[in-house]
Design a protein around this ligand. Structure first.
Ligand code: ZN
Length: 517
């Protein structure tokens, strides 16, 4: 998957730093607070470029723009530069160069030369446990270009499988990888693992799982190492008309013992305030770090007018959030330890899409060495993703949204074929064989099972899916070639070719050969 980010970082050489310190000391006699710029870092997000100036202390600054040629000027009072601006990599950004000078004896002027129009926004961040004072300058792209926000959204539709508007639509699942860019999220037990990297890997694995399923279009809210504000995350989900919003996170705790997975679902209930406060402290702080100011004040739910307006929609989506979360929790039983066997409810900023059923999955603790090591393996990330995808599909199959391919599949008695099935509590081999319309003996032989014993979390290969043997399909009333192609995950062209069909006329009862996908 192509990602559109890059990260550059410069550190002042020891000589530069020494010089910076000397200048800083000199200036201290003129200015009350003399803070030097110690490092400059740069991230490219799909719709903006973020510059972070790491400072040795608080600063006063002014930012303004000049035209002909376009540039952004930052004057930092009583400051000096301890780093080499020329070493920053501006590739793919609107910045063509950056230079600095000392003005009026104690003002550091940084000039950002631009190759394209930008809308600058800036703010300072106070030190936290990880980092010191920072000045953040976001340069928003002005013209919608190849770098517009939508391009982050990796849409799985392509010309052969995307249903036209008059056909049965796909269910859209928005996947939000927690944190990113300047906000690393939780730091692992070893001081190295970063939540933002692990959430992105699990999110991408989940995307791959859902993308393979006919009837589903997954969307990545963040697909690279950059930060997307919490409000913007639900905006993207809404713009893309998502049917479900899944936020992926990892947990942390003061001690190394805490472990296990927790799922939170959207809630507006006062009783869930405690939960909300606890998670908000971990997760909504991310937005403070991003400079926006997360909604830690949960009293906004007390606004009667707002509540009345959204109450009907809210009641529905909260109920659905709980059901969807429960389906996902069920299918993860056996994959990992469940810290709580019920979905927890929380009113969180990232879950505040009153119209979209939403859940937040804390996949495990990075502060627990065993769990952190596991979370960092591709095998476990895949396993989690498969479990989440299975739960999501179970949820939608139980009550598919009207007009979707899944609704059509259900009304025609077609169970989606995921290829691999994860055994759930209460399953038996014969029930699974029946559900997928395969012979029990075949199911056992494909999976090298001699007895009838299976265990929760075990992965079974469902024969006939993704294998090379040609399959047959008997056409039923109302089916079209493109639907059949989609169901078996083959291209329309290869389906036509395998059956020597030149036009798309097919007849009820006609038997089609399904080519290997
Ligand atoms: Zn998190």
């Amino acid at each position: 998957m192509k990602s559109q980010h890059y990260l550059s970082s410069i550190k002042g050489s020891s000589r530069c730093l020494t010089l910076a310190l000397a200048v800083g000391t000199l200036l201290a006699s003129f200015a009350v607070s003399a803070a030097s710029v110690e490092e400059v870092r740069l991230w490219r997000a799909p719709d903006h470029t973020r510059l972070v100036f790491d400072l040795s202390g608080e600063v006063e600054y002014k930012l303004f723009t000049l035209s002909n040629p376009a540039r952004v000027v930052i004057d930092i009072e009583g400051s000096s530069l301890g780093g080499d601006l020329s070493r920053l990599d501006f590739n793919e950004s609107p910045i063509s160069g950056m230079r600095s000078a000392i003005r009026d004896e104690n003002t550091l002027r940084i000039v950002i030369d631009l190759g394209a129009q930008v809308e600058p926004r800036s703010f300072t961040l106070a030190p936290n446990s990880e980092q010191g004072d920072r000045l953040v300058v976001d340069l928003y792209d002005e013209s919608p270009s190849a770098n517009a926000p939508r391009s982050t959204i990796t849409n799985s539709s392509n010309s052969t499988s995307a249903p036209r508007s008059d056909e049965r639509r796909n269910i859209i699942v928005a996947i939000s990888a927690g944190h990113g860019g300047e906000d690393p999220g939780g730091i692992g037990y070893d001081g190295k693992l970063r939540e933002k990297n692990i959430t992105l890997k699990i999110a991408r694995a989940l995307f791959d799982q859902l993308e393979r399923m006919p009837g589903y279009t997954p969307i990545m809210i963040r697909d690279g190492d950059y930060y997307v504000e919490l409000q913007r995350r639900s905006e993207i989900a809404r713009e893309e008309r998502a049917d479900l919003f899944v936020a992926v996170h990892t947990d942390w705790y003061r001690t190394s013992r805490a472990n296990g997975l927790t799922i939170y679902a959207l809630s507006g209930d006062r009783a869930d305030r405690e939960n909300s406060r606890r998670v908000a402290q971990k997760e909504n702080n991310a937005d403070l770090l991003g400079g926006v100011g997360g909604d830690l004040d949960l009293s906004s739910w007390d606004d009667d007018v707002a509540l009345t307006l959204v109450s009907l929609q809210m009641a529905w989506s909260m109920e659905q959030s709980l059901i969807a979360g429960t389906r996902v929790l069920e299918s993860l039983d056996g994959v990992t330890r469940l810290r709580r066997d019920k979905v927890q409810q929380a009113s969180l900023e990232v879950l505040k899409s009153p119209d979209i059923p939403s859940m937040l999955i804390e996949t495990g603790y990075l502060t627990n060495p065993d769990e952190a090591r596991r979370l960092n393996t591709s095998a476990f990330q895949q396993k989690l993703a498969r479990g989440i995808a299975q739960g999501v599909m179970n949820y939608f199959y139980d009550a598919p949204p009207e007009g979707t391919l899944v609704a059509w599949q259900k009304s025609n008695g077609i169970v989606p074929l995921p290829g691999i099935y994860m055994v759930k509590r209460g399953d038996s081999l014969s029930v699974i064989a029946q559900r997928y319309n395969v012979r029990l003996a075949e199911l056992k032989s494909v999976n090298s099972i001699s007895s009838n014993t299976i265990h929760i979390g075990q992965e079974l290969t469902i024969p006939g899916v993704g294998t090379a043997e040609p399959e047959e399909h008997t056409i039923r009333r109302g089916e079209t070639l493109s639907e059949i192609a989609q169901r078996y995950q083959v291209s329309l062209g290869s389906l036509r070719q395998a059956n020597n069909i030149t036009n798309d006329r097919i007849m009820v009862g006609q038997i089609l050969k399904i080519p290997a996908s």
